[in-house]
Design a protein around this ligand. Structure first.
Ligand SMILES: [Fe+2]
Length: 339
């Protein structure tokens, strides 16, 4: 990679406050019971709480009260916010000052089962929810009798579609996120996709080029490859085969063995395994040319067009067309080229 690229993707090693990881997502659901069946019976999530108007879920090893929140709605489903953990409440106060200095208004809010919580939008319109602590629940890591479906362990990352990946990357690099891998236009360093992390593996927040801002998916780590296959088997057995949208396959990026599902409201969720450590500060970002389809599938079929085009909108956010354009290699085009 050129020196120019190194500087362009340099992270703030002493950021203004300490974000530790991707934490949770707040989505809406038209039918909480249907959502519970899909996430718990098919995919294997644990219920932390079900209230009249909200369902709180977590993975098997998670002790934080929720990594997925579903709020009841009668409107078209959306993603209300994506959540990030900071280290301490003092980091939240520093965050509020920092965002004010950028001209990004932040608001203190009361959120059930969470401590002090701050709401703010990032510089490309992604609504964020920052907190340091949640209610602490028992881990189910060694409750092997509870392992069902894909046995999801923990939230790993969000992927957000944005109209300007470089602009988004600049925001997160300044917050101490480090770039592990990226997709760029062939022969240039125009960012098409950016894998950004705080917790020491390939990603906490991923930005991909497209009409945005929209949430593309939440990615949950599983322990074993067979968890991916078992989730697909259980989906088939329980009549949810149509909810399996892509895979199984292996991404070149992140080495993720993956499968993607769409939930009853259309929100996309990824189960994956195979990711690696990315802790040392001399970890040079890995570049992928946009034309190299191995970045998307080292093996396996390309994604359906809807995987590229459909995503969960954020409330009240006007969608902007992307700064870059390119034809996606879709399953439909791939099949048309073969037969
Ligand atoms: Fe992902």
């Amino acid at each position: 990679m050129s020196d120019h690229a190194s500087n362009r993707f340099a992270a703030a090693l002493n950021p203004p406050f300490n974000i530790t990881r991707a934490s949770h997502a707040v989505l809406t659901s038209r039918d909480l019971d249907a959502t519970r069946v899909f996430y718990c019976d098919v995919l294997g999530f644990e219920v932390s709480a079900q209230e009249t108007d909200a369902l709180y879920l977590r993975g098997l090893e998670e002790r934080g009260h929720h990594s997925l929140v579903f709020r009841k709605t009668s409107a078209p489903p959306i993603c209300e916010r994506v959540g990030l953990r900071v280290f301490t409440d003092d980091d939240l106060r520093k965050a509020a000052d920092y965002f004010a200095s950028l001209g990004l208004p932040a608001a203190w809010v009361q959120v059930p089962h969470q401590g002090l919580t701050l709401h703010v939008d990032d510089n490309v319109g992604t609504p964020l929810e920052l907190c340091a602590v949640m209610d602490d629940l028992p881990s189910n890591l060694q409750r092997f009798e509870r392992y069902r479906g894909g046995a999801p362990m923990r939230l790993d990352h969000f992927q957000v579609i944005t109209y300007d990946v470089q602009k988004a990357a600049d925001f997160y690099l300044a917050l101490g996120f480090r770039l592990t891998e990226y997709t760029a236009t062939d022969g240039k360093d125009d960012l098409w996709g950016a894998w950004l992390q705080r917790k020491g593996n390939p990603q906490d927040v991923v930005f991909a080029n497209g009409k945005g801002p929209r949430l593309h998916h939440c990615g949950f780590a599983v322990s074993e490859v067979h968890d991916i296959i078992h989730a697909a088997d259980v989906a088939g057995a329980l009549g949810f085969a149509s909810k399996l949208e892509r895979g199984p396959g292996r991404h070149g990026i992140g080495n993720a063995l993956f499968v993607y599902f769409r939930d009853p409201d259309g929100h996309r969720i990824e189960l994956f395994t195979g990711h690696y450590h990315a802790i040392d500060i001399d970890h040079t970002p890995l570049r992928w040319d946009l034309s190299d389809t191995r970045r998307s599938q080292l093996w396996g079929m390309p994604a359906q067009a809807r995987w590229f085009n459909e995503a969960s909108e954020f409330p009240g956010k006007a969608l902007r067309d992307p700064t870059l354009t390119a034809e996606a290699v879709t399953l439909e085009k791939f099949l048309a080229s073969q037969f």
